[in-house]
Design a protein around this ligand. Structure first.
Ligand SMILES: [Fe+2]
Length: 271
């Protein structure tokens, strides 16, 4: 009897705690506010200033999307045999690049208002492109821009040593041309899968070696592409098969330093 007299308040105490906890647990919990923005959108990391209007693919005009057009190769298919065989050049330009142009136009046909913007403007502000065509524009607009640069920065008169201001700036930045070429080749070799290796002027105004996956353009991150090499297998597989390093080495024999100097000069202009 005495035992029950002492135990009863303890049981009541713990029963009370249990009841209060249960009541709290049953209260509706405050949940994070549902965003009012479109929850299906998948934003792309872009850090480019959308106010940047510098032309990129060509230096005298922005790349038109109204409609996008395949630029002609500035030399015959067999002109770059020192590094790239004619069949690869033909397939690369007439099929691969042409397909990027066609896909970009097909996507933009659904949104005619976007055709008034340049390819550069679309890539600098990808999140303003409707989500259903955003990835298509990213891949195919990027492919069109990247390849348009690529054809111009190669030449049958290309040589292995840079000249002009870019030569000095490369020496200042990387120590020597040999060191620059080594780092550029390594970055191209390290790019897993498909992509590009670039020499860019970064937003801080410095020369930098970077690499991008797929057809992403450095302009999406606010850098100015001065020169780039295509390390997709379609760029080298017929002659080099899996020997990407050999392709990267030979490619220097067709690099057009005159054009790269022009691009380096354009890259120094403020956006
Ligand atoms: Fe390519």
């Amino acid at each position: 009897m005495m035992k029950s007299f002492f135990l009863r308040p303890i049981i009541w105490f713990f029963t009370g705690i249990l009841l209060v906890s249960t009541l709290f647990a049953c209260q509706p919990q405050q949940v994070a506010e549902t965003p009012t923005t479109n929850t299906t959108a998948t934003p792309i990391q872009t850090t480019a200033p959308v106010t940047d209007t510098r032309p990129i693919a060509f230096l005298d005009r922005q790349l038109s999307a109204n409609p996008a057009q395949l630029p002609p190769l500035p030399y015959p298919y067999n002109a770059l045999e020192k590094a790239i065989d004619a069949e690869t050049m033909k397939l690369h330009h007439d099929r691969h690049h042409a397909t990027y142009v066609e896909n970009l136009n097909n996507a933009l046909n659904q949104y005619p208002q976007l055709q008034d913007r340049s390819v550069e403007a679309l890539l600098r502000d990808l999140n303003s492109v409707p989500e259903d065509i955003r990835t298509t524009v990213r891949n195919n607009g990027g492919g069109h821009l990247n390849h348009t640069i690529f054809w111009q920065i190669m030449s049958p008169q290309g040589g292995v040593e840079p000249t002009g201001e870019i030569a000095q700036e490369i020496n200042q930045t990387f120590g020597s041309f040999e060191e620059f070429r080594k780092q550029f080749n390594e970055a191209g070799g390290d790019r897993f899968g498909s992509g590009w290796v670039w020499l860019v002027r970064n937003p801080q105004g410095q020369l930098q070696i970077t690499s991008t996956p797929n057809q992403d353009s450095p302009i999406t991150e606010g850098s100015y592409p001065i020169m780039g090499n295509d390390v997709w297998e379609h760029a080298y597989y017929l002659r080099y098969q899996n020997r990407r390093a050999e392709y990267l080495n030979n490619w220097w024999n067709v690099v057009n330093w005159q054009e790269i100097n022009r691009r380096a000069q354009a890259s120094r202009q403020q956006s």
